[in-house]
Write a protein that binds this ligand. Structure first.
Ligand code: GSH
Length: 227
């Protein structure tokens, strides 16, 4: 039986969703985050040295890294529904978005999370304005423009077709769901990015997404509108 090591409120939620879309049976091992740090518990290091989620174990093979897990699952269990042919233009788009999610977009969300943590960290009162000044500088000189640029790019993509690889739903949409849910925690998407907002509403209406939510447990991403 395939095992998914699932960390609450995390990227591994989309792996549960993909498994539901594929109709693959799986067992779930659920881990809670440390209440103060938000980090994964040490037990996850027993599954893989990096101690991050998601991790899957299938037939004795351990697979980590969301994109690699998605490729493995689609190559092993899909009947051609969730991946466009390699030769088609959609095939290139599929590979692109599968990598883009973690390679380009998520680092911006992590920077945003860390800056938010610095702003709210307990520190001597005379350090606070200095810390806030540095955080503000990083936001103004790098983060905000990059997040906006990327969201505009994604918005244009979804204005042209309903899904990331054209008119059909693929596993690249599953991979892209998490970055967009992370962005949604920080930015009111419906104002400036109506197609991204519609994408999120559409995936949430899918039966497999809902089943995965029921199985994965409470799902609430870290970050806030001020991060
Ligand atoms: N790029 C990796 C990122 C893995 C990752 O950072 N996972 C987060 C969950 S959203 C995690 O395990 N965080 C807990 C921690 O860092 O202790 C992937 O997509 O699998």
């Amino acid at each position: 039986m395939l095992i998914v090591h699932h960390l609450e409120n995390s990227r591994s939620q989309r792996i549960l969703w993909l498994l539901e879309e594929l109709g693959v049976e799986y067992e779930m091992q659920r881990y809670g985050r440390d209440k103060q740090t938000g980090l994964a518990p040490p037990e996850l290091k027993e599954v893989h040295p990096l101690g991050k989620a998601p991790v899957i174990v299938d037939n004795g093979v351990t697979v980590v890294e969301s994109g690699a897990i998605i490729e493995y699952l689609v190559n092993t269990y899909d009947d051609g529904r969730l991946k466009p042919p390699d030769t088609a233009a959609e095939g290139l788009a599929y590979t692109y978005w599968l990598h883009y999610a973690e390679g380009t977009f998520m680092p911006l969300m992590i920077i945003s999370l860390i800056l938010g943590r610095i702003e709210t960290a307990p520190m001597p009162f005379f350090i606070k304005p200095v810390a806030k000044g540095i955080v503000g500088k990083v936001r103004d000189s790098y983060l905000d423009a990059n997040v906006q640029n990327n969201l505009e790019y994604i918005e244009q993509t979804l204005a042209q077709s309903q899904w990331f690889c054209g008119d059909r739903f693929t596993a690249a949409d599953v991979q892209m769901s998490f970055p967009l849910e992370a962005a949604e925690v920080r930015i009111e998407l419906s104002d400036d990015y109506p197609h991204i907002d519609a994408f999120l509403q559409t995936i949430r209406a899918r039966a497999a997404y809902k089943t995965a939510l029921d199985r994965g447990g409470h799902y609430e991403l870290m970050g806030s509108r001020s991060d």
